[in-house]
Design a protein around this ligand. Structure first.
Ligand code: HAM
Length: 426
């Protein structure tokens, strides 16, 4: 044994091992199928973006500020690992000239995001999102559509007990007066707030509503509500979103203090929570409208609305709900070799595997262990079939094909193997 400790994964990141990967695939494939079903097209943006771009998400946004993973290449641009997808997708929409296509442009993707927060259960430094964006149209129908995509995704994954919280935080016309009302409410309560909230009274009072500290939470109840300060167009927009959600049969609760952790939102904001996720990490996903974001990254003023779901958390809740997604065995057929006199059967075994692989995923046991040990390993690996050859059988292009669950074995020629497997329907 080496004397130094074994090297482990970095703090806050983790491996998705094969046993868990099946559930991931299930959740990701449900995401893809749902998005495609609503006419969304897949996009991929780089993990690396210019710091300058990400900072425009909001100067008081943790994910784009203190939690940002900065990458310091020698000279050149200041880069960072993306903490979220929206700003990169909006950038790509313009750089890829998608704004010249018929609008709105509906996009989705799944991928890794990075936030340098204190790691804890369900809060990772590398995590995965299913992201959906509808860009280039200000209609409230798209807000409702994006919410429906999120809702349908979770339903198709098989999650029950999902709660949708909805709010409107107004726009650049009505929000300034609301922020002033918040400041007026909080200024006399300054001493009862946590240090960060004290600092935010003047700079970003909206975020006081999002503080998880008990003291700040308690004061929230009496705070002014954004929905009471909406201008006429924002109020109409919100009413329409609600009407469309009602028509779609999607239940929601109005949460007048839902503001979200990213600063680019205008009008509709929403979050999907699951009751089994307690504490601060209870959101399965969230999103909203971001009509000012395109202009904030110096492209032409363009409305957009989107959603991102946390794949790690959805997989976790699936497991909590006892929904086992069974992982496929590594191989459905394993070729075993029985060297009677020390012959090298690797070549014939690989050839037989190539034949079987036309029908089922097939692996070869090259270990040279006893046949018993190979059989035991194949059983443990959950292989449905084993095909055994010794030197004589290899020469005659024959094999013993064993149906493991049925405990049945028969002699077959290599030529008939594929047909037999296909007829067995595995
Ligand atoms: P977000 O609320 O920051 O929104 O993240 C969306 C979801 O990602 C969260 O609800 C949560 O499930 C998951 N998530 C966030 N941080 C972590 C973490 N550290 N570990 C595990 N899961 C996490 C956005 O990112 C926006 N871009 C959503 C959006 C799209 N808005 C408009 N378009």
């Amino acid at each position: 044994m080496p004397s130094a400790p074994p090297i482990k994964a970095a703090r806050g990141v983790r491996d998705i091992l094969p046993a868990e990967r099946a559930a991931w695939r299930w959740v990701e494939e449900a995401a893809r199928a749902t998005a495609r079903n609503y006419g969304y097209q897949e996009i991929e943006t780089p993990i690396l973006e210019q710091v300058e771009l990400i900072e425009r998400v909001g100067e008081d946004t943790d994910a784009a500020g203190k939690e940002l993973f900065r990458v310091q290449p020698m000279g050149g641009q200041r880069l960072a690992l993306r903490p979220e997808a929206t700003v990169g997708v909006v950038r790509a929409y313009f750089e890829g000239a998608l704004h010249q296509h018929p609008q709105p442009v509906r996009l989705f993707f799944t991928g890794a995001m990075f936030r340098h927060d204190a790691p804890q259960k369900l809060r990772y430094r590398q995590f995965y999102q299913f992201d959906v964006e509808a860009i280039g149209d200000a209609s409230p129908a798209l807000d409702a559509e994006v919410i429906e995509v999120a809702w349908e995704w979770l339903a198709s994954v098989g999650l029950a007990r999902v709660r949708l919280l909805l709010n409107s935080i107004g726009d650049s016309v009505c929000r300034p007066a609301y922020l002033e009302a918040l400041r007026a409410y909080y200024r006399p309560l300054r001493d009862q707030l946590c240090p960060q909230c004290r600092d935010r009274i003047e700079t970003n009072p909206l975020r006081l509503l999002d503080c998880k500290e008990d003291g700040c939470q308690a004061l929230k109840a009496g705070a002014p509500r954004s929905i009471d300060h909406l201008c006429e167009p924002c109020a109409r927009h919100f009413e329409e979103v609600r009407r469309l959600l009602d028509r779609a049969g999607i239940e929601y609760s109005l949460d007048p203090f839902l503001v979200r952790g990213l600063d680019y939102y205008t009008r509709t904001v929403f979050e999907l929570q699951h009751e089994s996720l307690g504490g601060a990490q209870n959101a399965l996903g969230g999103g909203g409208r971001y009509d000012g974001l395109a202009a904030a990254i110096n492209w032409q003023d363009t409305p957009g609305v989107g959603f991102a779901g946390g794949i790690d958390r959805v997989v976790h809740v699936l497991r909590e709900e006892g929904q086992e997604v069974v992982s496929a065995p590594a191989a459905e057929l394993i070729v075993l070799t029985e060297p009677n006199g020390g012959e090298d059967l690797a070549g014939p075994a690989a050839e037989l595997a190539r034949i079987a692989r036309a029908v089922v995923p097939t692996a070869v046991d090259y270990s040279g262990r006893s046949l018993r040990a190979q059989m035991r390993a194949a059983g443990k690996a959950d292989a449905h079939w084993v095909a055994i050859i010794n030197a004589d059988e290899a020469a005659a292009r024959r094999a013993r094909l064993r149906d493991m669950p049925a405990h049945e074995q028969r002699e077959v020629t290599w030529e008939e193997l594929a047909g037999l497997l296909a007829n067995a329907g595995t």
